[in-house]
Design a protein. Structure first.
Length: 389
């Protein structure tokens, strides 16, 4: 067993060479000591990973791939064309990865203070803001194209943006920010989406996703996901009247031209919790995961709404950065961090659930989540799971 792979459930062989099932969960380290792993698994089992290295205020993103979870990764390729133009500080502002048509890799991230191209001038400060940057793997698959800024009409990028792509060549980048005539404070923030319908070659200028005046939690992240049926989904946290930090689901059936929204879960707190969200899909069922009040939840997305939330059992305090995966049997693995915070690492935790949302076995735990980091999880074809941290 290598130092990067640790099976969390020992294999016990009874009798004379009797076969036994593989471990339910395998724990794997991110290559090169990287942080903030983002992982996408293709139907053939291939793993695509994005991770961060360097100064949290201005470092670099790297891309690797493996034939299957647990196998050796390829040689890393730096994603950002300008060194030091990515950011990890705050945990929720890092890189996002999506796989589009013909396996093309797409990446978006919040630019650092020194990143170029710069964002539009923020009229509230009189200075250019941080950009929402995008790139894609070139046609040969050997390097990433020069980074581009997708923020053309908006300013005030703070919390993390997000990215989605589909097999038809549609690519979507989203973030929350302000238009030039927006109200002051978080009440003036809203979700914006930039669309590409030519595989990321060109993008339309960003447009508001939803015009309901919910505001957006300034330093919270977002998550966007394109289902295999072509539906576009997004999760974000509101900031209505500065205290209603509720989770909302946005859904689009017309390739991002219009969205409708629904309330997922309420939370009243007069502070920014710096939370993040995630999606996963298997056999036509999509699940979403989020944090509320120090607890982590997941729920199935059905009829453009999230079904009854399922909470991870145990102490509902200090849990953050939920990531979720579902296998072909309908089992869901929810992964999160405990004890992490500003400039503070922590531990990893996870819980397996059956298709009805009942917990299976005990909560798993492992120490050693680095500062500014979290876990990532995929479901293998054989029904087992792999967690990267």
């Amino acid at each position: 067993m290598t130092s990067r792979v640790a099976c969390l459930f020992c294999l016990v062989v009874a009798g004379f060479g009797a076969s036994v099932p593989p471990p339910t969960v395998s724990l794997l380290r991110v290559p090169d000591g990287g942080v903030q792993p983002q992982v996408v698994e293709e139907p053939d089992g291939r793993i695509h990973m994005l991770y961060f290295l360097g100064d949290p205020k201005g470092g670099d993103l790297y891309y690797v791939q493996a034939k299957a979870a647990g196998e050796a990764f390829s040689k890393p390729i730096r994603v950002n064309s300008q060194p030091g133009s990515a950011i990890a500080i705050g945990t929720i502002r890092g890189g996002q990865i999506a796989i589009g048509r013909n396996g093309r890799v797409h990446v978006a991230w919040n630019g650092s203070n020194s990143a170029l191209p710069q964002g539009p001038v923020n009229p509230e400060s009189g200075k250019p803001g941080n950009p929402m940057l995008y790139t894609r793997l070139n046609d040969k698959g050997t390097a990433f194209e020069p980074q581009r800024n997708l923020m053309l009409r908006t300013f005030g990028l703070d919390g993390g943006g997000t990215l989605a792509a589909d097999a038809d060549g549609n690519v979507y980048a989203a973030w929350h920010g302000k238009g030039m005539s927006a109200a002051k404070g978080e009440a003036g923030r809203q979700v914006w989406v930039a669309e590409s319908h030519d595989g990321g070659k060109t993008f339309r200028a960003e447009a508001p996703a939803w015009k309901e005046p919910t505001g957006a939690c300034g330093c919270c992240g977002m998550a966007m996901f394109s289902t295999r049926e072509g539906k576009l989904l997004a999760l974000y946290r509101s900031a209505t009247e500065e205290v209603h930090r509720d989770i909302y689901l946005l859904a689009s059936e017309d390739k991002g031209k219009s969205f409708h929204g629904s309330l997922v879960q309420r939370w009243e707190i007069n502070a920014c919790p710096m939370s993040s969200m995630s999606f996963a899909e298997n056999r036509g069922t999509t699940v979403a995961a989020w944090e509320t009040g120090g607890a982590v939840f997941y729920g199935e997305v059905s009829a453009d709404k999230v079904a009854k939330p399922v909470a991870a059992p145990g102490d509902r305090k200090g849990r953050k950065h939920p990531r979720v995966a579902r296998n072909a049997k309908g089992e869901t693995l929810l992964v999160w961090t405990e004890g992490t915070g500003w400039q503070r690492g922590g531990s990893l935790a996870w819980q397996l659930f059956d298709r009805s949302g009942n917990a299976i076995g005990e909560k798993g735990a492992a120490a050693g989540v680095p500062v500014w980091s979290f876990g990532a999880v995929v479901a293998r074809a054989d029904g087992t799971f792999a967690i990267y941290y």
